[in-house]
Write a protein that binds this ligand. Structure first.
Ligand code: UDP
Ligand code: MG
Length: 315
């Protein structure tokens, strides 16, 4: 089978019949399956999926888990050589899919992400924060995408079978892919439509959560399997700063005493409190490093590597 089209959806009943017809029109000449993941809809979306004809695979959650969970189940079920994800709300155009597939097949991309160049959403609450967010994501991940969180993406099947989307990490799938060793990531400007039916499922909190998740992923990819490198370095630095200050305070006092000059009590100097703080923080950071090492020593994925190829010769 050429393609698996994965469509996560939450209360999108009105859009589904049109979406199905639009996809079928756009993908003539391909063999494909449609995987609808109903993320706990309460509006008849599931009935709409049940009535569809063609190669359709429906997965229905008992409750709403979120888009990442829906994508995770979709990825596990996918059987096509190339896996495509798209939103169910008719904002993403399936007419873009053939070109994305061509880029993967002929230009060798591991992943092609859509880029909503002319985004049809509210300028103040979505487009502007999204620009800022994407700029940060580019700086942190080093992946040059304009629209990291675009719902419309195409992947080599290998990619989705080797990454694990969880929490709200669907925003950073290109980063997950890169961390798993799939480095050839491309981008294609795609048409974007206004939402025709229903309402957006994400509010402004997406940017706060998105930023925190980005920090977590960055930390995990750099120090996940060696937390002591982070905490040990900053802890040592802190401790040294505190130590130098302490020595300075003691020496200064002794020198003043020896020369018979006036001197203050140690606890009357601001420097004393700074030194105290730095030493305590340094020790705490070190302790966090040791705890981190204990935790990561027990992590089941501590020795899970992406092996691309394998061979051995007979004697
Ligand atoms: N979605 C989902 N589970 C959720 C929230 C959203 O499966 O908990 C689906 C939603 O139905 C849509 C896609 O994720 O197909 C993108 O959501 P939405 O259109 O609300 O996001 P926006 O376009 O506003 O960024
Ligand atoms: Mg949408």
């Amino acid at each position: 089978m050429d393609l698996s089209i994965i469509i996560p959806l939450y209360n999108e009943a009105d859009s589904l019949p049109e979406l199905k017809a639009w996809i079928d029109r756009s993908l003539q000449g391909f063999t494909y399956e449609l995987i609808f993941v109903d993320d706990g809809s309460t509006d008849g979306s599931w009935e709409a999926i049940r009535q569809m004809s063609g190669q359709v695979h429906g997965i229905r959650f008992r409750r709403n888990y979120g888009k990442s969970a829906a994508l995770y189940e979709g990825f596990s079920a996918a059987r096509g050589d190339i896996v495509v994800t798209m939103d169910a709300d008719l904002q993403d155009s399936p007419e873009e899919i053939p070109e994305m597939v061509r880029m993967i097949r002929e230009e060798g991309y591991d992943l092609v992400s859509g880029w909503k160049q002319h985004r049809q959403d509210n300028a103040l609450t979505k487009n502007l924060p999204s620009k800022l967010y994407n700029w940060t994501a580019r700086k942190v991940t080093g992946i040059k995408l304009h629209d990291m969180n675009c719902g419309l993406k195409a992947y080599k099947a290998d990619v989705v079978k080797n990454i694990e989307v969880y929490g709200e990490m669907h925003r950073y799938i290109p980063y997950l892919a890169q961390n798993a060793g799939f480095g050839k990531i491309g981008e294609k400007p795609v048409h974007h439509q206004k939402r025709k039916y229903g309402v957006s499922k994400f509010g402004m909190d997406r940017f706060v959560h998105g930023f925190l998740d980005l920090m977590s992923l960055w930390f995990l990819s750099r120090f996940g399997s060696k937390p002591m490198h982070f905490f040990g370095t900053s802890g040592t630095l802190m401790f040294l700063i505190g130590f130098v200050m302490t020595v300075w305070i003691i020496v200064a006092k002794l020198v003043h005493q020896a020369q018979g000059l006036k001197y203050r009590a140690v606890t009357e100097q601001p420097l004393f409190y700074l030194a105290l703080l730095a030493v305590v923080l340094g020790v705490m950071l070190f302790l966090a490093g040791f705890l981190g090492e204990l935790v990561s020593r027990n992590a089941p994925e501590r020795n899970r590597y992406q092996i691309k190829e394998h061979f051995s010769t007979k004697p």
